[in-house]
Each structure stands twice: as structure tokens, then as C-alpha cells.
Design a protein around this ligand. Sequence first.
Ligand code: TMP
Length: 209
Amino acid sequence: MSRGLFITFEGIDNSGKSVQVERFAGRLKESQVVVLRDPGATAISEKIRHILLDNDNYEMSAWTELLLYEAARAQMVEQLIKPALAKQSIVVCDRFYDSTTTYQGYGRGLNLKLVKQANKIGACGLTPDLTFIIDVEPEIALQRSRKNKTKADRLESEGIQFQNRVRQGYLKIADEEKERIVVVNGHLSVEEIHKNIWDIFLQRIGNPF
Ligand code: TMP
């Protein structure tokens, strides 16, 4: 293996993906796994995350939003992901550039070609080895967030139609990149979803132990 593995998890807001990241990483040896979230994970990227999700920043233009996501990501890739992969670690990331394609491209309606070019810069040329999309209907995801009673951040406040466009975007990119992206039914129980993800991981990548 010339470098470690890079696995990403994707989905609309409240799709249950973060729970799956935890469950998946928990199955791996602590010494071999690095768990990150995008935007975030480094001090600089967490500061950018705060700007991005702050409801007070309602004036932010979609292009500024795009560039801030890319900036946060570039810092995480250079500071954490590339060094971890060089040490043969398994990097598990909660979101990566597919979120930018779906949220800023399909959700906000920015030019997809430009979004994809920006993604190349933000990811510093890195592509995940395997990506899981936890697919959930936006109405179900909304019910979950109401149940958890979490205050919606700037992106979550965009509403059901926005989430629907994001979901359709995810299904589209999964169709375009079948080698890398797997769609998992997110309406099942946490345990069932985890089992499906783990089985796919073993099939596609093999046993990491
Ligand atoms: P999180 O809730 O999964 O932590 O992600 C934060 C929010 O940022 C979520 O609403 C999705 C959004 N987002 C984008 O709009 N574009 C991106 O490139 C990324 C990584 C996240």
C-alpha cells in the first residue's frame, strides 16, 4: 500500500451520517484511524466553520460560501489528511468535496463546472478511495432534527426544497461515480445501516486487520 485509506461519509442534514462515522471508525484500531469532519478538524478550519454556520452571516454570497468551504478543506488536507495517509492511517472524514458539489452546486445552483474546479483546489488534488452516501428523505431528516430539538444552523435553515436538491445531487453523483460512491439506505436502523456499510467496506477494500 503506497498510502493509507481515505473514506468519506456524505448525506443531507440530519441523515444520521455522523453516527455512522463514529460506528465505522469504532470498528477500526484506534492507532490506525484518524476521524475528521469537514468543515473543521484544524484550528483554522474550525474558525472558518464557525463563520459558515453562523446564522448572523445571512448576507454571505454563495461564492464566498464556496470559497470558505474550500479554504477550510485545503487546510485540513495539508495539515492532517496528507500526513496521516503518508503514515498508512485510515482517514475517515465526515463530509468532503461531494458536499460542495451537492450543496453549493445542486443546492445553491452555482455553475457545476466551476464548483468542481474549486473542489480540486480545496482538496489539493486528493480523491476519497470510498464514499458512503447515507440516503434519507428530507421529510424524515427534518422529523429527526425536530425530535433532537437542535437549533438549525445557517445551512440547515435553508428548508426542505434545498435539502431535496442536495439529495438529488447526491444520487446523481453516485450514479456518475459508481466505482467510488455507494448509496446506503438511511431509513433503516443505525445497526442495520452500520452492518451494510461494514459489509460493503470489506467487499470493496478488504479486511483492514
Ligand atoms: P455538518 O452538519 O455535517 O457538520 O456540516 C455542516 C454544514 O455545512 C451542513 O449543512 C452541510 C454544509 N456543507 C456545505 O454546504 N458544503 C460543504 O462543502 C460542506 C463540507 C458542508
